[in-house]
Design a protein around this ligand. Structure first.
Ligand code: SF4
Length: 279
């Protein structure tokens, strides 16, 4: 159905650096993440490919001493060689990867070894269908920050599909999902990941998960009973958005935002079904 896409670097316009620690900082925002990744690139004066391995090792020590991030997930490493590769789009990637450095591999200087960097595949590689991948790649445009967040939260995308099914009575799982009008509406929904007004200020960036001690993560849960409410029909989505609510009214407003985004996708999908039947 579709050409094979490498999820980490799908199309030269955006990329994901989650496994290298891109999102692994308490309270991280789009702005702070972008600033950090650009600062790393700027600290590596000149081309990283032309620096000696000793100079790269010196850079690593300098960044590790300066960054000391407040990590969200202690076991995930925040590698200082993850940086901005393309200043125009902000596309991120490994600055010492052999495909970036004309064959020279500097990944043994990173916080994993090169075999780990080369072979590790995240859950998205296994669980996303080719059509879901195409949809995410198209809907995220050249937004690397959004792309990595969506790629690492399969429940958020599937929550949309379920919401659409609840509206039109049909689970969307055919190539109409890749129609430009659907991609446009899905992009609006996915953007909630970045601009969510009810996000946990410390950990919304990892959505449905919360750090638990030095080694574990827990699934986030929203205490509706505390707010005098039944569980929301959009609980999966609200959880994936890393929501924290102070009062019942916030939940209602959040549900309205989510429903609006789902409804837009659903009505467009239904219109495409109608058009294909009429044709
Ligand atoms: S050295 Fe490995 S962990 Fe570090 S940025 Fe490169 S691929 Fe990621």
């Amino acid at each position: 159905m579709s050409p094979k896409i490498h999820l980490c670097q799908p199309d030269g316009r955006k990329s994901c650096g989650a496994c290298c620690g891109m999102y692994n900082t308490i309270g991280a925002t789009r702005e702070s993440t972008d600033a950090l990744l650009r600062a790393r690139r700027e600290t590596l004066t000149g081309s990283p490919c032309e620096l000696s391995l000793d100079a790269l090792a010196g850079y690593r020590e300098q960044r590790l001493a300066e960054e000391t991030p407040d990590k969200l997930l202690p076991l995930l490493r925040n590698c200082p060689f993850l940086g901005v590769l393309d200043e125009g789009t902000g596309r991120v990637g490994c600055m010492v990867h052999p495909k970036v450095c004309h064959g020279r591999d500097g990944r043994d200087l990173g916080l994993y070894d090169r075999e780990t960097c080369e072979n590790y595949l995240c859950a998205a590689f296994t669980h996303l269908s080719p059509r879901e991948i195409q949809l995410i790649v198209r809907a995220c445009g050249d937004d690397s920050f959004l792309y990595g967040l969506v790629l690492n939260d399969i429940g958020f995308l599937r929550g949309l599909f379920q919401g659409v099914a609840d509206v039109i009575g049909l689970y969307p799982n055919d190539d109409r999902l890749l129609h430009p009008t659907i991609v446009e509406a899905v992009a609006e929904y996915l953007a909630l990941k970045v601009d969510w007004p009810y996000g946990d200020p410390e950990a919304a960036i990892i959505g449905a998960y919360l750090p638990d001690g030095d080694e574990n993560v827990l699934r986030r849960s929203i205490d509706y009973a505390e707010l005098g409410l039944e569980p929301s029909r959009f609980d999966t989505i609200l959880t994936c958005l890393g929501s924290l609510f102070d009062e019942a009214e916030d939940v209602r407003e959040a549900e309205a935002i989510v429903y609006g985004a789902i409804y837009e996708v659903a009505t467009r999908f239904e219109a495409l079904i109608g058009a294909s039947r009429a044709g």
